[in-house]
Design a protein around this ligand. Structure first.
Ligand code: R5P
Length: 295
């Protein structure tokens, strides 16, 4: 990492990619304890915080707010946060009365705590790469789609394949490869303590018979979307179906279910799992080593 232009603060959640220099722990009651040994050197500097917000998103967010506030009060010129996966991003709309669109709350909290810019990957509520003002927060959305598609070329070992997104939100991920997307409609919330809207329909009017298919989405959470898309491909007579997403949460037993129809399932390492084999590291190094100013 280029350390000449910025003060880099690396949380332990990023220790797979860079050497941590922030200490995180807990008080006996579970409150978060954060120590930034380099805090005094943040004054009048452009500071970059590398901090993963998943798993344990609520703890991760509190840790981040604590860091931001302390660095802001130290007088930093700017604070960029690199959080590869933004939790709460899926809750960007109110679908029932009184429901809180938490993506707005979280982003505004980051901004008011001192975040000048958030760098994140394939953010659920954004439909293209680049910079966008979202409420009070400036976000730079970086896409892993080309890297994931490049990896798919290796998986298919030179065999031709088509890239398909399971819903309209994935359209921007697949368009660079001339891909198409299915259209997904979700039901209302299930009568359950877990807030989840099951898939009602998923349709697409293209021919996949005897073709290799690479299904690509921004995230696999419960896996329901990807499993439904696999079913559609298999029903349509696809030869081989491989699936990937930028963010692999792989909740419940979805990997077992996904493996019934796909021999290979992969993701980026925005979230650390055994399937997270396509690294975000090169993208981050480009941003910080090639003289690309963040602001
Ligand atoms: C849109 O809904 C997203 O792009 C993903 O398709 C979705 O978040 C995946 O969630 P799940 O794996 O629970 O279906």
């Amino acid at each position: 990492m280029d350390s000449t232009s910025y003060v880099h603060l690396v949380s332990p959640s990023f220790s797979d990619l860079f050497t941590p220099n922030v200490e995180m722990g807990k008080f006996p009651d579970g409150d978060s304890h954060v120590r930034i040994p380099a805090l005094a050197s943040c004054g009048q500097q452009d500071v970059v915080i590398f901090h993963r917000l998943y798993p344990s998103q609520n703890d991760g967010l509190i840790e981040l707010l604590l860091m931001l506030d302390a660095i802001k009060h130290e007088g930093a010129k700017s604070i960029t946060v690199v959080a590869p996966y933004l939790p709460y991003a899926r809750q960007d709309k109110q679908t029932v009365g009184g429901e809180i669109a938490s993506s707005h709350v979280i982003c505004n909290l980051l901004a008011s705590s001192g975040c000048t810019k958030l760098l994140t990957f394939d953010c659920h509520f954004l439909n293209e790469e680049g910079e966008v003002q979202y409420g009070d927060l400036l976000i730079k959305n970086i896409s892993m789609s080309k890297d994931l598609i490049a990896h798919a070329h290796k998986v298919f070992a030179g065999q031709p394949f088509e890239v398909i997104g399971p819903d309209a939100g994935a359209a921007y991920l697949v368009k660079t490869a001339g891909g198409k997307n299915l259209n997904k409609v979700r039901k209302a919330y299930a009568e359950d303590k877990i807030a989840y809207r099951h898939i009602d329909t998923m349709e697409g009017d293209f021919d996949v018979k005897d073709k290799n298919i690479f299904l690509l989405d921004d995230m696999m959470s419960t896996g329901s979307t990807m499993i439904k898309a696999q079913e559609k491909m298999v029903e349509g007579g696809a030869k081989r179906v491989v699936c990937a997403a930028t963010h692999g949460l792989f909740l419940y037993n979805c990997l077992d279910l996904l493996r019934k129809r796909s021999d290979i399932i992969f993701a980026s390492d925005s979230i650390l799992t055994a399937q997270g084999t396509v690294s975000i590291r090169a993208k981050l190094e480009d941003l910080f080593n090639n003289g690309n100013k963040l602001f």
